[in-house]
Design a protein around this ligand. Structure first.
Ligand SMILES: [Mg+2]
Length: 158
């Protein structure tokens, strides 16, 4: 069978970057929380993301890979390694070998890209099908699973 590769973004698609940034932000003590050591490593998963990734990857029709852009801010250079640590801790060691960190996602080969941003990091020139996570069509991981024909209920509140 022709296995389809699903590329999945991290920040605000599988990990709660915005939520954690808002939680840690303080105008005086922590004006740039994403530059603090541990920020990327400790990002919590978004609802249903861990289960959805496992279900998709367990399906013989699909193989999940991560495709994430690093911060453009050089103060965040450690995000490269922390993103890898986070992927291993949250989704499992096998994804260490299935991750691409790039400023230009159009250079990565895959059949699908699940990403909260439709433009900005090469998403607009991606060679496969782009699923915009958080859009009306793909508002959560349940909608993504439904699109890929995975029969599972993540129990996400409407
Ligand atoms: Mg994102």
């Amino acid at each position: 069978m022709d296995v389809k590769v699903i590329l999945v973004d991290l920040d605000n698609t599988t990990l709660d970057f915005n939520g954690e940034k808002a939680k840690r932000h303080h105008p005086e003590h922590c004006p740039f929380p994403q530059g603090e050591p541990g920020f990327y490593r400790e990002l919590p998963a978004l609802p249903g993301a861990v289960e959805a990734i496992a279900l998709l990857d367990a399906d013989p029709r699909y193989e999940v890979h991560f495709c994430t852009a690093p911060s453009v801010d050089i103060r965040n250079v450690r995000c490269w390694s922390e993103k890898m640590e986070s992927i291993v801790a949250t989704f499992g060691e096998k994804f260490y070998y299935r991750t691409t960190i790039t400023f230009d996602k159009s250079r990565v080969i895959g059949d699908y890209l699940v990403d909260d941003l439709p433009v900005g990091r090469g998403q607009e020139k991606f060679g496969g099908e782009l699923l915009v996570f958080g859009s009306e069509t793909f508002k959560d991981w349940q909608a993504v699973l439904d699109h890929f024909g995975i029969d599972a209920d993540l129990g996400l509140a409407a």
